[in-house]
Write a protein that binds this ligand. Structure first.
Ligand code: AKB
Length: 333
């Protein structure tokens, strides 16, 4: 049954849409619910269709967005939703992340690669704008680690990283060869309180906050204290995603953009948390995720995103820490 009520009109001459209608795959992950909420706030209650293979996550339910089951590797099912809901924009989040991907490389290979191929095919067939976020995982041990350029060496050594390089290159190929409006941002680790991340190497940055709010206020971190990584608070991530999704195509000098915000280590974060929770304790038991973290950049050069579509993160480590702790405590009260 068609649930969306507002009319979608594509302006063929400018390739713009009077009323975006957005389908999100993998919406039950860390970011889908928050993105859906922000998009509904901007474009109205009918603007967003969340999809996943699992029952709707609490953040998706509380966003109020419509929800449909979708295995994004199934092209017919994907196309049917795009047609029935007159989708103008696809945000393709469904993927197995870095750490969980290493535990299930074949599953990651199928979901991440095939999901990307299907999403691009559907976008081509139905003229949707397609946003496929990439990641710092698309870089590897031979990439320059400080202020990593937008165009540089990309030889990742995780299956997730390989699949993200594939998504970047395939999306750019579909853009050049078939005119698909493909857009991509390389996310750093994202910190959020409404939904937890699942299976990433940057997850320590979220876990530490939730552990700090437990009565014993102690956390055992799976990477070393000095492991500095690129990180970002979720409001900046959502804003950057929407800004690129809606940016005037004429202003885009490329299709894949680095996004930088903060770089900090578990030790830096522990000190920031202790300003609010003085008895917070952290100890360290590095595991296989250390090697992944060591192969990724420390910071990214995002000058292209700043110049082309005005990217500018808002949150400092201090502001993020205060906001995270306040929200987690309020959620538990
Ligand atoms: C991960 O750690 O795998 C993700 C990412 C950086 O893409 N958070």
């Amino acid at each position: 049954m068609l649930r969306f009520s507002s009319l979608f009109v594509r302006n063929a001459s400018s390739n713009s849409f009077s009323m975006p209608r957005i389908l999100i795959t993998g919406a039950n992950g860390q970011l889908g619910g928050e993105l859906a909420e922000a998009l509904r706030g901007r474009f109205g209650p009918d603007a967003v269709l969340c999809t996943d293979i699992r029952v709707p996550a609490p953040s998706v339910q509380s966003s109020g967005a419509y929800f449909r089951y979708l295995d994004c590797t199934n092209k017919d099912d994907f196309a049917r939703l795009v047609v029935e809901h007159r989708i103008t924009h696809i945000v393709h989040y469904a993927a197995l992340l870095s750490a969980i991907g290493e535990r299930n490389p074949k599953e990651a290979l199928h979901l991440n690669m095939r999901g990307t191929e299907v999403a691009l095919e559907v976008a081509q067939n139905y003229g949707s704008v397609i946003m496929i976020p990439s990641s710092i995982a698309a870089f590897g041990p031979t990439t320059p680690r400080m202020n990593t350029p937008n165009i540089t060496i990309q030889r990742p050594n995780t299956i997730y990283g390989v699949s993200k390089v594939y998504a970047e290159l395939l999306g750019e190929y579909y853009h050049k060869r078939f005119g698909v409006d493909f857009r991509c941002v390389r996310y750093p680790g994202i910190i959020s309180w409404k939904s937890a991340p699942g299976g990433g190497t940057t997850d320590w940055s979220n876990h530490a906050f939730f552990a700090a709010c437990e009565p014993q206020s102690a956390y055992t971190c799976f990477v070393r204290p000095d492991t500095k990584m690129p990180l970002m608070y979720v409001p900046d991530c959502i804003k950057g995603t929407i800004d690129l999704m809606l940016a005037d195509e004429k202003k885009l000098s490329c299709r894949t953009y680095n996004l930088n915000a903060l770089s900090f280590s578990p030790d830096d974060l522990a000190r920031a948390i202790r300003r609010h929770v003085p008895h917070f304790k952290i100890d360290y038991a590095p595991d296989m995720r250390q090697a992944i973290a060591d192969s990724w950049p420390v910071s990214l050069d995002d000058a292209d995103a700043r110049r082309d579509w005005g990217w500018q993160p808002q949150y400092s480590l201090e502001a993020l820490t205060a906001d995270m702790l306040q929200n987690i405590m309020a959620q538990r009260a």
